[in-house]
Write a protein that binds this ligand. Structure first.
Ligand code: ATP
Length: 454
């Protein structure tokens, strides 16, 4: 069932807001753009960073069974031989013999061209890896690949991490980084692009514990998305059918989000068994095992892999947060982003550009920005400024006005309820911090009067 309170959303609205407000631009736009590549603008860069920080905090810093890694994008070409990407990382490609367009065979239903009904070629496998050359000579010996996933950087560093971190099973290695796939068909904005970012975990477990921990990770990852405010209704788990499973995978689920184009993959969670470590042992000649103190035996751990996309998470968050509501004779567009994801947590809005209001506002701005990403906006009417902040998802606006000079209070406005309260300037920091952390706020102002009741 879908959440009926959510307005029908088309992707155009998201693309338009993202462009208009500086979240996401087409790449190399002044040259006409580059198909399926995107640049994150000032607000998008903040938002994307917030997503990655939230993931790193929850998956690495808050856990004692996880460590991080940042491996190189270009790896030894043998890595891709061992992982199976050279021989098998391909999608079926068909060409239209009339209009010459190319399609992913598994993405089209008809036996003819979806655009011109022309005849299609037989499907042939197209390798998705980007090829390049290392060094000055462009020959077969210098071929290298841009990684199509971050996971292999983790597997090849298994022994390094194990020896230096001395972790015991089960433990995980987490990595965030760019990945590149020469996708046949791209589209749906940042959902499918050729350059994107992944957040991946390889969680090493004792064989036999894999099923239990696989189920644990399904729940863990789903609840991470809901902790960022994504509606439960818009998320679902979909188990892969037997014929969809990679040959090494024992089980795999996709976490799907209800994007404007329908249910689509946000994250894949797979039980990869001991396939990867065994393959790299075989191809490198280095034994990648774990010494089990209990049985005094070397074992090859199994791997549970939650593999998520940063860009798809950003897109899901934008879609989920987007809201339009009637406001007087107009429509208010609000991004109801979770505060941890909002590009700005607070906006300082002075009602005058003259002293002393501007001095107070500048002073508040200087103090708050040390603790939260804060914006300062003194252009146009206060109503328009509120609208602007609503549209980019700023949870709180602080207005400094002429009364502030006398009563030393500022107006704090809540994005979602639009309620406004006067709060002593000296209490802004603690008040906003508590609100943004979602903590119950019980500090009283001097004199004991309540000012918080959002
Ligand atoms: P799809 O079936 O949509 O092509 P996939 O199953 O190939 O995706 P995985 O290999 O499981 O994807 O990659 C893990 C995650 O990386 C995906 O869940 C997605 O969030 C992200 N991802 C993969 N390909 C792309 C892409 N071309 N653009 C943006 N994100 C991607």
């Amino acid at each position: 069932m879908k959440d009926s309170s959510k307005p029908e959303l088309n992707m155009e609205k998201i693309v338009s807001l993202a462009r208009r407000r500086g979240f996401i631009f087409p790449s190399s736009e002044i040259y006409g753009g580059l198909s399926s590549c995107w640049d994150y603008g000032p607000l998008g860069a903040e938002m994307k960073r917030n997503v990655k920080d939230a993931w790193w905090k929850a998956m690495v810093h808050d856990r004692d069974d996880m460590v991080g890694l940042d491996s190189a994008i270009i790896m030894h070409p043998k890595v891709w031989e061992a992982s199976g990407h050279l021989s098998g990382f391909s999608d079926p490609l068909v060409d239209c013999m009339d209009c010459k367009q190319r399609f992913r065979a598994d993405f089209i239903d008809s036996k003819t061209c979806p655009d011109c009904s022309g005849e299609l070629t037989q499907p042939r496998q197209f390798n998705l890896m980007f090829k390049t050359f290392m060094g000055p000579v462009e020959d077969n010996a210098s071929i290298a690949y841009l990684r199509p996933e971050t996971a292999q950087g983790i597997f090849v560093n298994f022994a390094n991490v194990l020896n230096t971190s001395r972790k015991k099973l089960p433990f995980g290695i987490a990595q965030i980084g760019k990945a590149f796939r020469n996708e046949i068909t791209t589209g749906n904005f940042i959902f499918r692009s050729r350059e994107f970012e992944q957040m991946e975990i390889e969680y090493f477990v004792k064989p036999g514990d894999d099923e239990k921990l696989f189920n644990y990770w399904l729940e863990e990852r789903l609840s991470w998305f809901t902790s960022l405010g994504i509606r439960k209704d818009n998320l679902r788990l979909r188990q892969h059918q037997k014929d969809e499973l990679a040959h090494y995978a024992r089980d795999c689920y996709d976490i799907e989000y209800y994007f404007p184009m329908g249910w689509s993959e946000l994250e894949g969670i797979a039980n990869r068994t001991d396939f990867d470590l065994k393959q790299h042992s075989l191809h490198s000649g280095n034994e990648l095992t774990y010494f089990d103190e209990e049985t005094k035996k070397h074992i090859v751990p199994y791997v549970i892999e939650p593999s998520s996309g940063v860009d798809r998470t950003v897109l899901a968050l934008l879609c989920d947060a987007y809201d339009e509501e009637p406001d007087k004779n107009d429509t208010r567009t609000v991004l109801r982003l979770h505060p941890s994801i909002s590009p700005y947590k607070v906006a300082i809005l002075p009602l005058s550009r003259k002293e002393p209001v501007v001095n107070i506002a500048r002073d508040v701005y200087a103090k708050l920005r040390r603790f939260f990403s804060t914006s300062y906006d003194d252009a146009q009417s206060i109503g328009r400024r509120y609208r602007r902040q609503d549209e980019i998802g700023t949870p709180y606006c602080v207005t400094i006005d002429f009364d502030t000079i006398e009563d030393k209070c500022a107006t704090v406005r809540d994005r979602d309820s639009m309620r406004q309260l006067r709060i002593p300037v000296e209490a802004l920091m603690t008040t906003l911090q508590a609100k943004l952390n979602g903590e119950p706020f019980e500090v009283l102002p001097p004199g004991g009067k309540h000012w918080l009741g959002f």
